[in-house]
Structure formats: C-alpha cells, structure tokens
Ligand binder design. Structure first.
Ligand code: ATP
Length: 285
C-alpha cells in the first residue's frame, strides 16, 4: 500500500484521471484531470452537483471502468497493468461494493448472502475469517436475522446485509455508490452509522458517492467534484458546511447574464443570502 510523505497509507487513488465518453461533437469529459487519494482507515465521501463525475470517479477508481488517460491504483497496484482476469480477481479479493440497489440473492439466507463472495471465490473460511464475520454480524446488528431471506427484511436491513457482504472478505477498500438512495432517512442513518463504525472500530476504508450533505457528514472527509475536476476537500464535515459548499457550486453554475436580465444584483449570488431567503433551489436532496 502506498505511503505518502506524511505517513498516510493510501488505499486507492487516481492520478491525472481523464475519462471521456463518446467522441467528436458529442464527447463528454466526465473526468478532467483528477488526482485524489483515499486514505486507508478513513471514510471519504465524494460529493458534487449532478453530472460532476462522482460515479465515473468511483467506477474508474474501483476498476469497474477504465480511464481514457491517467492512472488508478488500489494500494500499489496500477489497474491498467492488469488483464481482465487479474482485474476481476482484484475486484473480488481486495474491493467491496455497496450500491443503491441492495443486489442480494433472494433464495439465499442472510448468512449465505454475507459469505457469498468468499464462497464464490472458493475461499475456505479459517478461524480468523469466522471471527471476523461473527464480529461483523454484531456490528451490522443482524444476529437474529441470519436465517431469514432478503424478502423477509426491511430495505434498511437488506442494505445492512449488503454492507456486511462488502466487508466480509476484509477488502482493502469498500466503495459505496449512493448507498442510502433507496432508504428512508432513519434506515439511511443506520446504514451510514454502520459504514462509519466499520471504519472506526474495524479499521476499514470506505469511499462513498453521495448527493446528500447529511450522508456526507458521516465521513471523515469530503472531496468535492465540479465539472469533472476536484475543487475542494473538507475535513470533519457537518451537514451545514457541506450544504454551504454545495450552494456555492450552484451559484457559480448560474448564468449571471440571465440574472442581470431579470434585474437581480450581486447579492443574489451570495450563498448566505440564498440561505437566508430559504432557497434550496438546485441543492440536491
Ligand atoms: N456511459 C456514459 N456515456 C456517456 N456519457 C456518460 C456516461 N456515463 C456518464 N456520462 C456523462 O458523464 C458526466 C459525469 O457523469 P457521472 O454519472 O459520473 O456524474 P455524477 O456526478 O455521478 O452524476 P449524478 O449525481 O447525477 O449521478 C455526465 O455528463 C454524464 O452525462
């Protein structure tokens, strides 16, 4: 695993990452030279306006998609050096995923769903694995549901199973893409609390894409993307600070000529003035 000059280990990183979808007139530059590291043992949230490149960054960092130029690393492994088979093995063995849709296998029990990736890998659980999964079951609060099937669980409980499954193989990093997108706010809070506990109590690494300032505030650090570029980082985020930062993007994105045409002055562009007027326009929910 890469160690930076400050001694921080980096679980995943991209360097000068460029991703262009399509070509010619219709080409979209989804990532426009992003360099960012995700420190090991930390919970990092990726935020930014819709279309800013959050999912693209996550997919390229996790080896689900390839960069047009630049490089992506998991630990010290540069993903572009791997053939398809090795990349599949790296994703299976070193990365966990949590998506908005829970993606559980309906015919398997909770316990079977949690160990599925390890079972598919033909990995026989040793005592260390068993103790790890046992501890994980307590962290996600599923001990009394282990023999239930997904359809017998609430959405929040299903996502907790998906979180346990993502951590089961003790991956270097878990990538979560809008993990609370399908949940009510209480279940969402539970899942976010769980991701935070896995990082802090079990020394795991999580990188989460989200639209939601409240979700982002569960992270240790938020990185902000706008127009495919890394524009800011925020340590110890609170929902209010994240929301304020997001509002500044929305304000910048407004076309000032249009505002002048409508007789609005500079004050209309002040994030604080917007907040005072109660405007939530353009702030992703
Ligand atoms: N497969 C694709 N083909 C063409 N364009 C794409 C593709 N995937 C994403 N894009 C474009 O790339 C840009 C970045 O998309 P991306 O999904 O990474 O943004 P995002 O910040 O995750 O957005 P959202 O918050 O709305 O999910 C957008 O302009 C999007 O339309």
């Amino acid at each position: 695993m890469t160690t930076t000059a400050t001694g921080t280990r980096t679980a995943a990183r991209v360097v000068d990452a460029v991703k262009v979808y399509g070509s010619g007139d219709t080409a979209v530059r989804a990532l426009d030279g992003v360099s960012v590291g995700f420190p090991a043992g930390r919970f990092t949230a990726i935020m930014g306006p819709s279309g800013s490149g959050k999912s693209t960054l996550m997919h390229c960092a996790a080896g689900l998609d390839t960069l047009t130029s630049g490089s992506a690393f998991i630990g010290d492994t540069e993903l572009s050096t791997l053939d398809d088979r090795r990349l599949t093995l790296l994703r299976r063995d070193r990365i966990g995923f949590v998506f908005q849709a829970f993606n559980l296998v309906p015919t398997l029990t909770v316990a079977e769903n949690i160990t599925l990736p390890m079972d598919l890998a033909g990995r026989r659980a040793d005592q260390r694995d068993e103790e790890w999964i046992d501890a994980l079951v307590d962290v996600v609060g599923l001990r009394d549901r282990l023999h239930h099937r997904p359809a017998e669980l609430s959405g929040g409980q299903q996502q907790r199973v998906a979180v346990a499954r993502a951590f089961a193989g003790q991956p270097d990093v878990v990538f979560a893409d809008e993990p609370t997108g399908n949940l009510d706010s209480r279940s969402g809070e539970e899942v976010l609390g769980l991701l935070g506990r896995a990082v802090r109590l079990m020394d795991r690494t999580v990188v989460m894409v989200t639209h939601d300032p409240v979700a982002a505030a569960h992270a240790d650090e938020v990185v902000f993307l706008a127009d495919g570029r890394l524009v800011d980082r925020m340590e110890a985020p609170t929902p209010e600070r994240v929301l304020d930062r997001m509002k500044a993007f929305d304000v910048k994105a407004l076309d000032t000529t249009d505002l002048e045409d409508e007789g609005l002055d500079d004050k209309a562009l002040d994030p604080q003035a917007l907040e005072a007027s109660g405007s939530q326009e353009g702030v992703p929910s």
